[in-house]
Design a protein around this ligand. Structure first.
Ligand code: NCD
Ligand code: ZN
Length: 344
């Protein structure tokens, strides 16, 4: 049995770092394992301009522990007022690596997202021209669409029309949760890719709802049926270059999770690499972990792969059940299975 596994240092292609005290509390959990991360712009207020992104990047860099080797890859939050020239300048300056599309109201802090997709056509045209990826939160928000169908309906009603109108646009379907999304990626050209989270490889909707409601397993897009989880595991562990890791690690304090109307988000930064090694070993695909976590993402984003490495050893990992923050504890995702790999 394999006892150690050394891979190029991984990156996280979808991460929530928040701001202020929370940023300082959660950033060390990511920067010890990951070299880079695509930083989600859903702050309050959101990161909508080049100036916002530059200021947020500086706050992240300032919050890094001494000696940390970590590069935040900034994004802009797409609104109906986004200026194509501001986007182009931020990209030309090397500041931003993607623009994030949230349908208005789809998830945490998405009130400023897009309602009328015609109003962002010029920005998307500019992005296609300059080769800047669009990251999509792929859920419609229509009240009459069942929450378990919102990703599949988004593909038909929003994503496919956008891609037909902008065929050259680079698109990352973020945190996919369905076999429909896997099939859609596989059926389309190479300028379409998808991130998959750690937790969607592990839980299905029964974990959230059977035997009592488990708020710490509630995230958006919500976990679906087992058949969808299996499709995600097959895609992630396949080695296919268009599927890569975006943890969507999304810290919320326990106080904000354990409410009558609790926040969406699973916090997986702490134990993601142990969980992924377990999943890939279960699928007899440890050889493909490096592709998923360290190679496919930079390839899609046109960035070099990391020079340094990360070594996993076959030992029970030791990590805390929660991270302390000045706002209160943040519970670390419970994979509901024994883990056998630790980061050395
Ligand atoms: C994210 C958050 O908390 O910011 N929550 C989540 O459930 N994933 C937002 C998001 O990515 O949808
Ligand atoms: Zn997210």
């Amino acid at each position: 049995m394999t006892k150690t596994l050394t891979i190029r240092r991984p990156d996280d292609w979808h991460l929530h770092l928040r701001d202020g005290e929370m940023l300082r509390a959660v950033l060390p959990q990511t920067c010890t394992h990951f070299a880079r991360a695509i930083i989600m712009p859903n702050l309050v207020p959101p990161v909508v301009s080049m100036a916002d992104a530059a200021a947020y990047r500086d706050r992240i860099v300032d919050a890094l522990p001494t000696g940390a080797d970590f590069t935040p890859l900034m994004t802009l939050y797409l609104t109906e007022d986004t200026d194509p020239e501001d986007v182009a300048s931020a990209h030309a300056a090397g500041l931003i690596h993607a623009v994030k599309l949230y349908p208005a109201g789809a998830t945490t802090n998405s009130a400023s997202g897009v309602s009328n997709f015609d109003n962002v056509a010029q920005v998307l045209e500019k992005m296609a021209e300059i080769g800047l990826p669009l990251c999509t939160h792929g859920e419609v928000t229509d009240a009459d669409v069942d929450i378990f169908d919102r990703e599949a309906v988004f593909i038909d009603r929003v994503l496919d029309p956008i891609r037909r109108n902008h065929p050259a646009l680079l698109v990352v379907m973020e945190h996919i949760t369905t076999s429909n999304a896997v099939d859609y990626v596989n059926a389309n050209p190479e300028n379409l890719a998808a991130t998959i989270t750690t937790h969607h490889l592990v839980i299905n909707r029964n974990h959230i709802l059977a035997g009592g409601i488990k708020p710490h397993y509630y995230c958006l897009p919500v976990a679906k049926r087992e058949e969808h989880r299996l499709a995600l595991r097959a895609a992630a562990t396949s080695g296919d270059a268009r599927f890569f890791l975006g943890t969507d690690s999304a810290p919320h304090t326990d106080e904000n999770k354990l409410l009558p109307c609790g926040c969406a988000g699973c916090f997986t930064a702490t134990n993601t690499m142990s969980i992924l090694a377990e999943v890939f070993e279960q699928e007899d695909a440890l050889d493909n972990l490096e592709a998923f976590a360290s190679l496919n993402g930079p390839r899609f984003y046109g960035l070099p792969i990391n020079e340094t490495t990360l070594t996993l050893v076959r030992e029970t990992p030791d990590y805390p059940g929660h991270i302390d923050t000045p706002d209160g504890p943040v519970t670390v995702f419970d994979p509901a299975m024994p883990l056998n790999w630790s980061v050395k």
